[in-house]
Design a protein around this ligand. Structure first.
Ligand code: DP6
Length: 335
């Protein structure tokens, strides 16, 4: 049974009437990679998570969005310069998000979004997409919402978007309230300038089961999922220690174990969910082998076949030699 609808929650924070104004520039939000994953919802309408999570932002990789007033008969959503059909699933979600703020006002919009990361390839484009859309909505409707409120509302578009309003390390507190207004993300003060993230692209094809369906299936069918909230809580606390003490081994080990534990719950679902491809497993073995040989690198994976490799700048040259096609991101540096 629905406790609160999105519209009910958002309406509390909006002015009675909105005054939209076409944006001249784009809003940008970075993508993020979770080191302690969000997997499982306690409320599917509001995207309230079963566990708290912690991520690191991907600097210049992300989404930019602007909203224009349109004199067309229908709303328009343009993704990477391509006008989407009205029934395209991304376009439907974007317009549903706008409707939370438009609240029946009589105007049409044209939403323009550009991603510089492969869409739906496990590189978290929905996170940056809804965070950039939230910022754009805030400007277009001149709402002047603070970042905490924007984080809570972006979460309703996609859970991981709550973390993409910020840069660096970001923690999304699961919260307790039924309206979810304490389920928001905030950045950690700590920086880690030496930290690098390498993207190993196994496939950029659209994934067959999206995160939303994947996590719902896991919660509904995997007995193994019962241990997940405990695992996530323990990992979150380890990550805090690792970040405070700049202990790279603890950071990497915790992130890798957290990702594999999440994937274990997916595999234990029915029908089974295995996002890995043969090349994903080959890359995992290569990482374990290099680690056995003394290199300090760890991986994490989301609901897709691609790997994100964690390492420090000291090992960068050697690791790049081993993975020549890997794209390297400096989360805390100027790009
Ligand atoms: C594996 O935020 O995409 O990347 O809330 O249903 O939109 P919805 O799911 P989404 O799930 C992300 C899952 C994950 C882990 C994470 O980013 O924390």
């Amino acid at each position: 049974m629905l406790k609160f609808t999105k519209q009910q929650v958002v309406a509390e924070y909006l002015p009675d009437t909105v005054s939209p104004q076409s944006m001249k520039t784009f809003s940008f939000a970075p993508s993020n990679i979770a080191l302690c994953k969000y997997w499982g919802k306690r409320d599917a309408e509001l995207n309230l998570p079963i566990n708290s999570s912690l991520s690191v932002s991907l600097a210049h990789l992300g989404s930019k969005t602007r909203i224009l007033l349109s004199d067309t008969e229908q709303d328009q959503v343009v993704l990477n310069d391509e006008l989407l059909a009205a029934d395209n699933s991304f376009a439907v979600k974007v317009i549903a998000f706008i409707d939370m703020f438009r609240r029946g006002a009589d105007h049409k919009v044209r939403v323009e979004t550009e991603n510089n990361i492969p869409t739906a390839a496990g590189l978290a484009s929905s996170a940056s997409g809804f965070a950039a859309l939230m910022q754009a909505v805030n400007e277009f409707y001149r709402l002047e919402l603070d970042l905490s409120l924007q984080s809570a509302f972006a979460r309703m578009g996609s859970g991981s978007a709550s973390r993409s309003l910020f840069t660096g390390f970001v923690e999304w507190q699961m919260g307790q309230r039924e309206d979810g207004m304490d389920s928001i993300a905030a950045p950690l003060a700590a920086q880690w300038p030496e930290l690098r993230i390498g993207l190993i692209k196994v496939s950029t094809a659209q994934k067959p089961v999206d995160s939303r369906s994947g996590m719902n299936r896991t919660v509904a069918t995997a007995h193994l999922y019962q241990s997940w909230p405990m695992q996530a809580a323990a990992d979150l606390s380890q990550l805090h220690t690792a970040i405070e003490t700049q202990d790279f081994k603890l950071l990497g080990q915790t992130a890798e174990q957290n990702a594999l534990s999440m994937h274990a719950t997916m595999i234990a679902s029915w029908p089974p969910l295995l996002y890995w491809q043969a090349d994903s497993v080959t890359a995992m073995h290569k990482i374990w082998q290099l680690r056995a040989e003394g290199l300090s690198l760890y991986f994490t994976m989301d609901a897709g076949p691609n790997l994100k490799v964690l390492f420090n700048t000291a090992d960068e040259a050697e690791i790049c030699k081993q993975f020549p096609d890997m794209q390297v991101i400096t989360p805390f540096g100027n790009q």
